[in-house]
Write a protein that binds this ligand. Structure first.
Ligand code: DOR
Ligand code: ZN
Length: 347
């Protein structure tokens, strides 16, 4: 049995670090990743290049000395985003991508896009400049069942965008369905999809069967088991179009444990141990590096990391905190529901 694997340092192509005390608390838990795409859904959102540069400085200040993390900033697309600002921020090396949240789809998305026609000039400028659009792929139509919102988004919004703006580079963020996997596979080199750690582990029963478990509630919400299996197949396939984006999304327990609790799983601390477990279960440990370290960088036109990490399988489980402290608050760490025998070491 394999008991040690060495990988190019992993990247996290979808990460929430927040700001202030929460940023200070969570940034060290992502410090061992290489590149990380930083989500712009702060309050207020990151909408200009200057705001993205200032946020990057705050992130760098929150990281421990010697941290590997290189934040890759994003701009939050709104109905009024100026195409020239986006292109300038990209050419100046301030941003790596632009994030599309349909208005109202998730946490802090009130400023999101209300009508795709309003942002078409931005999307056309992005296609021209080779800038990636990271998409939260859920419709917000209240008439659409929440478990169908991803599949309906693909038909109603994503496919029409890609036809209207040929050549636009798109990452389908945190796909949760077999429909998402199939659509990602139907595209060319300009289409990819991130998959989170938690969606490889939980299905919707984990949230709702035998009691309601707020710490497993995230958006897009976890779906039926057949969808989880499709995600595991995609992630472990080695296909270049699928790569890791943890969507690690910390919230204070005081905001999760409410009659109306907010969405997000905090997976930054234990993600690599969980992924090694999942890939081992699937007989695909030799493909973990493609998923976590190689495919995303290649999509974004970046070289693989030059340094390496090592995962070692030990007889005793790795110890992760069940929660961390952020200012006066606690944040619960995602519990995969099984012991984690893969320990992360820097090689
Ligand atoms: O579960 C989620 N949490 N999904 C998102 O899309 C946003 C994120 C957050 O910012 O908390
Ligand atoms: Zn997210």
């Amino acid at each position: 049995m394999t008991d040690s694997i060495t990988l190019c340092r992993p990247d996290d192509w979808h990460l929430h670090l927040r700001d202030g005390a929460m940023l200070a608390a969570v940034a060290p838990h992502s410090a061992g990743f290489g590149r990380a795409i930083i989500m712009p859904n702060l309050v207020p959102p990151v909408v200009t290049g200057a705001q993205a540069a200032a946020y990057r400085d705050r992130i760098m200040a929150a990281l421990p000395p010697g941290a590997a993390l290189q934040p890759q900033m994003t701009l939050y697309l709104t109905d009024t985003t100026d195409p020239a600002d986006v292109v300038a921020a990209y050419r100046d090396g301030i941003i790596r991508a632009v994030k599309l949240y349909p208005a109202g789809a998730t946490t802090n998305s009130a400023s999101g896009v209300t009508d795709i026609d309003k942002v078409r000039p931005v999307l056309e400028a992005m296609a021209e400049a080779g800038i990636t659009l990271c998409v939260h792929g859920e419709v917000t139509d209240p008439a659409v069942d929440i478990f169908d919102r991803e599949a309906v988004f693909i038909d109603r919004v994503l496919d029409p965008i890609r036809r209207a703006v040929p050549g636009l580079r798109v990452v389908m963020e945190h796909i949760t369905t077999a429909d998402g996997v199939a659509y990602a596979r139907s595209g060319g080199d300009d289409l990819a999809a991130t998959i989170t750690t938690h969606h490889l582990v939980i299905n919707r029963n984990a949230i709702l069967a035998g009691g309601i478990r707020p710490h497993y509630y995230c958006l897009p919400v976890a779906k039926r088991e057949n969808h989880r299996l499709a995600l595991r197949d995609a992630a472990t396939s080695g296909e270049a179009r699928f790569f890791l984006g943890t969507d690690s999304a910390p919230h204070p327990d005081s905001a999760k444990l409410q009659p109306c609790g907010c969405a997000g799983c905090f997976t930054a601390p234990n993600t690599m141990s969980i992924l090694a477990h999942v890939f081992e279960q699937e007989g695909a440990l030799d493909r973990l590096e493609a998923f976590a370290s190689l495919n995303g960088a290649a999509f974004y036109g970046l070289p693989p990391a030059e340094d390496r990490i090592r995962l070692i399988r030990r007889d005793r489980p790795a110890e992760y905190p069940t929660s961390i402290t952020a200012g006066d608050e606690t944040v619960t760490v995602f519990d995969p529901g099984f012991p984690l025998y893969w320990h992360l070491e820097t090689a």
